[in-house]
Write a protein that binds this ligand. Structure first.
Ligand SMILES: Nc1ncnc2c1ncn2[C@@H]1O[C@H](COP(=O)(O)OP(=O)(O)OP(=O)(O)O)[C@@H](O)[C@H]1O
Length: 269
């Protein structure tokens, strides 16, 4: 990432110490311990995330400004809505839409091997480092079922994530008394999120996660996916009762079609 983009972020955030944690196609992500609204005397050592969408030089400046503002507002609104609905998301702190900046609470912690507790890293840790069998034990089943449950609840509210990869699912331990195997999943990155009641859009969300699990955890992906789908049904039932069950069935039926299209596409190259 060009240093002038980091310099631009720093210029928008004067006197805020920034540590870069990620540079994706859309945004730069930093951590900081400075809260944007609190006076110095009330700052704590809480860690926050700052997500910054830089301007794209290849876009017309006016259009670019509109897109940045729109995407930032859209992401923040979805996060806010999900928080209100009781779905686990990073807590919003502040938004500066014209500058493309979202502040939120940091989620997750370091695993025993020093990696961040994304679902991807955690499953890799279980598969490669942890005690044999732990990748398929009841604790893993519980967490993947919880992942599916969160997605089910999201979809029952007609919100689709748009980029459900195993890096966009972080695991956190909200209570201090939770042990090392006890985690709660939090879905992050609503940059491609949208409102949709269509089974097709929801099925594509599930398919993207299914493919991500297959490519990053090929040995156990079938089991992992089965647990996710079990939880998906639970999330629907929890929010929508009988209607939830019907909606879940519709989406899973559509998922079969999406899978079939995916297979055809890969056969045709
Ligand atoms: N609230 C958060 N707490 C902890 N880490 C976070 C948080 N938000 C983002 N991150 C970290 O920053 C990374 C990138 O964030 P995010 O996916 O939102 O940005 P992005 O630019 O859309 O990334 P990509 O293009 O790679 O999908 C995440 O994978 C995660 O490691």
């Amino acid at each position: 990432m060009a240093s002038h983009i980091i310099a631009q972020a720093q210029a928008y955030l004067p006197n805020i110490p920034l540590t870069m944690v990620s540079q994706g196609a859309e945004a730069l992500v930093f951590t900081t311990t400075t809260h944007p609204c609190l006076p110095v005397s009330e700052q704590t050592d809480t860690t926050y995330i700052i997500k910054y969408r830089p301007s794209k030089p290849y876009r017309h400046p006016k259009l670019d400004a509109q897109i940045t503002k729109h995407r930032t507002i859209s992401e923040a609104k979805i996060m806010h809505k999900l928080g209100q609905l009781g779905i686990r998301v990073p807590r919003l702190v502040a938004v500066d839409a014209p500058k493309g900046i979202i502040w939120m609470h940091f989620v997750g912690k370091l695993l025993a091997n020093g990696e961040m507790s994304s679902l991807k890293n955690w499953l890799w840790y279980l598969e490669r480092v942890s005690a044999p069998g732990s990748a398929t034990d009841a604790g893993t089943a519980r967490i993947l079922t919880q992942v599916g449950r969160e997605i089910g609840r999201l979809h029952m509210h007609d919100i689709v994530h748009g980029d459900l990869t195993t890096s966009n699912i972080l695991l956190e331990q909200p209570h201090t008394d939770m042990n090392d195997t006890d985690w709660e999943p939090v879905l992050i990155d609503y940059g491609l999120g949208s409102y949709s009641g269509l089974p097709e859009d929801k099925a594509v969300d599930l398919y993207v996660l299914e493919r991500a699990l297959l490519s990053t955890h090929p040995v156990f992906s079938e089991k992992y996916n089965a647990w996710v789908l079990e939880g998906y049904a639970l999330g629907h039932a929890e929010v929508g009762g009988k209607l939830g069950g019907k909606k879940c069935t519709e989406t899973l039926r559509r998922l079969d079609e999406v899978r079939m299209r995916g297979r055809k596409r890969s056969l045709l190259g």
